[in-house]
Ligand binder design. Structure first.
Ligand code: ZN
Length: 205
């Protein structure tokens, strides 16, 4: 795995340790229901013909996915603390209970989701497909606010849907480079495609 050649994605240190993205404790409350899952990877470019769409079936349940991209110190210290802070708010949600989430509970859950999203991006093994910037990871590591991040949560009953992990990268244009609406659907336009600067990761548990 190419990412393994580098240091921790947050602090740069080595050695790297294996980290369960969602934490092993989660399986007490969210049962593993599948022995394979669909892994989709989509990069949307301005020109539809440049789009990249890949999907594959992977063994195991995404609940048990792990990556080796963070160091032991990060894993056991601040990441573990974020997880412990979110746990008391997450457990009643996993149990389907109705709970009131005040501001600090919302922040704790959002931190846990952001942490998992940043590490889970490395489930896919192509480093060129990492869309979250190092700047954002550094800010998160330094516990600075991430102004452009939005985190939503919602109840979901899986029913017939199989588990899936979808990673979507969408280019975001500076306001002066936003083409008129008609040009956006014109594959003949020639504006230079900017670097990927947005990522949308969706995991249905
Ligand atoms: Zn680290």
């Amino acid at each position: 795995m190419a990412t393994g050649q580098h240091g921790c994605i947050f602090c740069g240190n080595k050695p790297l340790t294996k980290e369960h993205i969602w934490g092993q404790w989660i399986t007490e409350y969210v049962s593993r229901t599948t022995n394979k899952y669909a892994f989709g990877h989509v990069v949307a470019h301005k020109k539809p013909e440049d789009n990249i769409e890949r999907s594959s079936l992977r063994a195991g349940d995404p609940i048990g996915a792990n990556v080796r991209v963070v160091c032991g110190r990060c894993n056991n210290e601040w990441m573990s603390q974020l997880q412990e802070k979110a746990k008391p708010h997450l457990i009643p949600l996993f149990k389907g209970e109705t709970v009131w989430l005040n501001k600090s509970a919302q922040a704790a859950i959002a931190d846990w989701i952001i942490m998992a999203t940043m590490t889970a991006e490395y489930i896919q093994r192509d480093p060129s497909m990492i869309a979250i910037s190092q700047t954002d990871r550094n800010k998160f590591f330094e516990r600075k606010p991430l102004a452009n991040w939005k985190v939503w949560i919602a109840p979901f009953q899986r029913k017939h849907w199989i588990g899936q992990w979808v990673h979507t990268s969408v280019p975001i244009y500076p306001s002066e480079d936003v083409p008129p609406l008609t040009a956006m659907v014109d594959p003949g336009q020639t504006r230079k495609t900017p670097p990927l600067s947005s990522v949308n990761c969706t995991l249905t548990l």
